[in-house]
Design a binder for this molecule. Structure first.
Ligand SMILES: [Cu+2]
Length: 202
């Protein structure tokens, strides 16, 4: 959905900055982002390995709280939350954060793939059984117990230093899936939201 919304905005940027067209060059390196369910097992494991690398690299931005490079992304998001949510900067900020995350996986963790994404409409109403949440070739399953700690998969033992919200506390990665709510990831809902965005832009 974000990709499509950004694509819709491109003509407006092109009008405001016509010099962009004269500076563009043909791509020499492909960085094609693919849906998780289309990746091979090797590609999935390569991404998970890179993400775990990020969780072992020491923080370097000097922010209060983060111990690892992974933590730093979460901290930057926490610090920016009040400024970038529910405003026009929402999509550009999050796209930039994802781009930075992808770039650091590649430059600091030897990841040679692109940032994968979750094709959510495929799993609408059924997130809990998505291949994205596989315990071996995914991100682990639903959380359990009162704390909703994820207790399987590659990230089950990570001690998260950032959050909840503005707090700095050590805690597990938690997850609580609501399959009823996930039904709103259906294609028809995406199309409805895009139609709303289009109508506002005009
Ligand atoms: Cu956000």
């Amino acid at each position: 959905m974000k990709f499509l919304a950004w694509t819709l905005a491109l003509p407006f940027f092109a009008e405001a900055a016509p010099t962009l067209a004269t500076t563009s060059e043909a791509c020499t390196i492909k960085n094609q982002r693919k849906a998780w369910h289309t990746l091979t097992r090797i590609e999935k494991l390569a991404y998970i390995t890179a993400e775990k690398c990020l969780m072992t690299l020491p923080a370097k931005l000097g922010l209060k709280g983060p111990r690892t490079r992974f933590d730093e992304f979460q901290k930057v998001h926490v610090l920016a939350t009040e400024s970038v949510h529910f405003v026009g900067a929402f999509l550009p900020f999050h796209r930039y954060l994802i781009y930075a995350h992808e770039s650091i996986l590649q430059t600091e963790c030897n990841y040679t793939g692109a940032q994968p994404y979750w094709d959510e409409p495929l799993d609408a109403g059924n997130f809990s059984s998505s291949v994205v949440l596989d315990a071996v070739t995914g991100f682990g399953g639903n959380g359990a117990g009162l704390s909703n700690c994820v207790n399987d998969g590659p990230f089950k033992d990570y001690v998260n230093a950032i959050g909840p919200f503005q707090q700095i506390t050590d805690h597990c990665i938690d997850r609580r899936i609501d399959d009823c709510a996930s039904a709103q990831a259906a294609s028809k809902d995406f199309r409805m939201v895009l139609a709303m965005v289009e109508s506002v832009d005009r």
